[in-house]
Design a protein around this ligand. Sequence first.
Ligand SMILES: [Mg+2]
Length: 290
Amino acid sequence: MNIKQRLEGCLIAGAIGDALGFRYENIDYVLNVGFDFNWAVSDDTQLTLATCEAIGDDIEIRPEKVAERFLNWYNSGKLIGLGSSTLKALRELQVGGHWAIVGRSGEYAGGNGAAMRIAPLAFKKYATRLKIKDICTITHRNDEAYCGALAIYYAIKASIIEAWTGDNNLIDFVVEKIPDTRVRDRLIEMGKLKDLSISEIGKIYKSTGYVVDSVPLAIFAAQKINESDFKTIITDLIKLGGDTDTVCSMFGQITGTLKGVDMIPVEFIEKFNYLDIAPLVYEMVDKWKE
Ligand SMILES: [Mg+2]
């Protein structure tokens, strides 16, 4: 698979995970998960695409350009389901704030909002850690939020270079790469429990809007892709409740990168193609410069 096919898998599976999870966000104890409703994607996909627009046709990654695209989407009134840290940053960007200082800091800035939109950076040749941090900083000036994003970045990188094949251990690969944080601690704990099912792990660690809860869960779920399948895992993740759109989206991004669009059921691809963002996804993939 070439890099564009992997990017296509990442963006489409991520968007489908978002659309399916968004329908069930913060509904606990979902008994019957159905997929036949009017699909819509939320901020996870929208800000990932805004990031693609900002970095896709440039070798260099420019945080000021990413911030500008975020603001553009915000000003168009299209963004759906924004978290409080991202909303704060966008409002301050709107009145002329600088990208490096508008992001929220402190303990409440440990949300999923940086990790959920970091994926495109893994498809660039020259994404340094400093750049990754800068891109996170636009909305989240918090070490956990950054390390959560770094964990997603490396999970996707492992899929691109096939350091992870779906059979070996993805968690170990990521743990080795990221700094000592609560995100890393949770990954280590989950790595020891890798034989548990998704419903079993969900009884121990709840899925919430906190990056420590969501990012490791998405990576844990991705590890199941060869023993299960995309649709079944999305269903299992939705049943856990919590921040289902973000967890399902990040799970989709990682596994879509590894497997490409072929892993996605045809009826899902058909529904995806009706989404308003679908043409933009295909355009971004087409234009992509590594
Ligand atoms: Mg969302």
